[in-house]
Ligand binder design. Structure first.
Ligand code: HAS
Ligand code: CU1
Length: 562
């Protein structure tokens, strides 16, 4: 069968059927979280249209039932950055862990709890945002006032991910008891590392919401320190981008190679990349605050170095994933320096979407390095350059990959064949060209000085900024992306409601290894040790910062700006 699905049917290989490890009481909360994620994608993504078209003077927010551009932008950011990403991460990584450990997750109660907290969080935050009581964008910077329900909802969304983290750690423990002395299987390992990293990373926003923003928005304390709030926000706000990325890396490293008929390049390199992400993702938050006053320069420089350190695992990824793709391309008869690229299964929408996402990530990563360079950041900070950057990273490397993954995942979960495969291919390419135009527009306009997060169509200074062509590229590219999103939902709904039942269940695509685990140092498996290293680096990056920053300047009451 074709690789949609990567997806080889279970029979035929005769050996293992994975039926027994996916329990019904664990599958429904997984499916439920995936559904919540896709609802977030649908509504959040649609709002992208008002932002893109605002560049060419079209005001759409009223047509979209929003009271302002900024309310629409909040819907866009919160639903995509939190609901879509957390929902997909929880669902996909839970499944990957079950397959990786070849056993059900340790606790169905925690898994169902993750679903219910995500649902409750979505309803509370959604209510506050849609009633225009929390138009504070996805960064919810103080002193902007938001309804406490918004913060409560956000907290519940985070709790849902932490319940998943706990469940994964317990599952690894249970597996270790059943397999004393054995090395953690790779797929289980990367799943746990992803969530352990996030558990540490989420600390900043948990403290921020529980101890600062909630009491302050409830009126229990009158004032807060906005700058300190921002430090706590970015403590989580940078590593969250790797929490979005790492589930996709699981697919790129371990699943796409299978889908293209190649092998994973090396067991130890994959583990190394994930461990480096675990230790270097968190102590980097100040690269979002290079231009913020009141923060000692020396600490910004410390975070500059750790930021460049966390680029390395992605460089490793670029080369090792490429090697696995080349292995597949050559196995399919590709020859010459680049001939293997043409031989990759570009006709499989799941593969094509992820390959295109990888290509865009090369540009996304490069613009990240520009942002991270202390002096260059002065040119691009708070301009639309940054929006150009993150639509190529989270907006494409991650999102387009997720769409590609669901092209096998949804048939896998529903036992229905993927419908509209050609449409799905058009979807992937339309997104690819769309984001290239969109990001080209945003980046070029940003270099001239166009601010980000601005309702351009309504801005009085609109005529002063001479970025005509760039605005058009952004508007056209962004519209392509929204159209591509619509095509995606046509394919998914078509599959859900009219997909032909599959004769046999699909198997999750997991690739074999070229250089296997025997050569991997046992030290790599000591997760507790690596977690301690991560905590130590966080201490180095944050304790002096906090000591130098104190005392708090808690002077700001909540202000409603919308
Ligand atoms: Fe970033 C701002 C620096 C990666 C997301 N970033 C943002 C914001 C978001 C975001 C959402 O230093 C805005 C937040 C806000 O609202 O203010 N970012 C970096 C750096 C990296 C980076 C150094 N960012 C990401 C990822 C994101 C993401 C990943 C989401 C998932 N970013 C910054 C900085 C800012 C920032 C500053 C603040 C700017 C400011 O002033 O406000 C690096 O980790 C990037 C490393 C990546 C690479 C690319 C490797 C390429 C690969 C693909 C290989 C391709 C293959 C294809 C194999 C080095 C792995 C082969 C295919 C064939 C067909 C052959
Ligand atoms: Cu960052």
């Amino acid at each position: 069968m074709s690789a949609t699905a990567g997806a080889r049917t279970v029979a035929g290989r005769g050996a293992v059927t994975h039926e027994g490890i996916f329990l019904a009481e664990q599958l429904w909360p997984i499916k439920g979280q995936l559904v919540l994620a896709l609802v977030g994608l649908a509504i959040g993504g649609l709002m992208g249209l008002q932002q893109a078209l605002s560049r060419v003077g079209i005001v759409l927010h009223e047509a979209m039932l929003m009271q302002s551009y900024y309310q629409g932008l909040t819907v866009h950011g919160v639903l995509l950055a939190f609901l879509f990403m957390f929902g997909f991460g929880n669902a996909f990584v839970s499944l990957a862990a079950i397959r990786g450990f070849e056993r059900p997750l340790a606790s169905s109660f925690l898994l169902q709890g993750a679903f219910w907290t995500m649902l409750a969080g979505t309803l509370l935050a959604g209510y506050a945002i849609l009633t225009n009581q929390a138009t504070v964008l996805f960064t919810f910077y103080a002193p902007m006032r938001a309804n406490p329900l918004f913060f409560l909802g956000a907290a519940l969304l985070v709790i849902s991910t932490l319940l998943t983290a706990l469940n994964l750690v317990l599952t690894r423990r249970a597996w270790q008891r059943e397999h004393p002395g054995e090395r953690t299987p790779l797929l289980g390992f990367v799943s746990v590392v992803t969530y352990v990293m996030w558990a540490l990373a989420s600390l900043g926003v948990v403290i921020l919401v529980v101890f600062f923003l909630l009491p302050w928005s409830l009126g229990w304390v009158k004032t807060t320190d906005p700058q300190f709030n921002r430090i706590l926000f970015w403590f989580t706000g940078h590593p969250i981008v790797y929490f979005w990325l790492m589930p996709v890396y699981i697919s790129w490293y371990l699943m796409v190679p299978r889908q293209v008929g190649g092998r994973i390049f090396s067991d130890s390199l994959v583990r190394l990349a994930f461990l480096l992400l675990l230790i270097f993702s968190v102590p980097t938050g100040l690269h979002h605050q290079y231009v913020d006053p009141g923060i000692p320069t020396i600490m910004k420089v410390v975070h500059l170095f750790t930021t460049f350190a966390v680029v390395f695992p992605s460089l490793i990824t670029a080369f090792t994933v490429m090697a696995a793709l080349e292995d597949g391309g050559r196995a399919r008869g590709g020859t010459g320096l680049l001939g293997w690229i043409r031989k990759l299964p570009w006709g499989d929408p799941s593969v094509a979407a992820q390959l295109l996402a990888m290509i865009v990530f090369i540009l996304g990563g490069a613009t990240g390095v520009v942002n991270a360079s202390y002096n260059l950041n002065n040119v691009v900070h708070n301009t639309s350059f940054v929006s150009g950057h993150f639509h190529m990273t989270v907006g494409t490397a991650v999102t387009l990959s997720i769409l590609g993954i669901t092209y096998w995942l949804i048939p896998f979960l529903t036992r229905r064949e993927l419908m509209g495969r050609r449409l799905a291919l058009v979807q992937a390419w339309l997104w690819f060209f769309g984001v290239l135009l969109f990001a080209r527009g945003q980046i070029a306009a940003g270099l001239i000085g166009e601010p980000r997060r601005s309702s351009i169509a309504e801005a009085p200074w609109r005529e002063v900024l001479d970025v005509g062509l760039d605005h058009w590229l952004t508007a056209i590219g962004g519209s392509f992306m929204v159209l591509s999103g619509l095509l995606y939902f046509v394919v998914i709904l078509w599959t859900l409601f009219a997909g032909r039942p599959l004769a046999r269940p699909l198997e999750m695509p997991v690739a074999e290894m070229r250089f296997g685990a025997r050569e991997t140092s046992p030290l790599f498996d000591r997760l507790g040790f690596w977690f301690l290293v991560a905590v130590l680096l966080v201490a180095v990056a944050y304790i002096p910062l906090i000591v130098l920053y104190l005392p708090l300047q808690s002077v700001s009451p909540p202000i409603k700006v919308y």
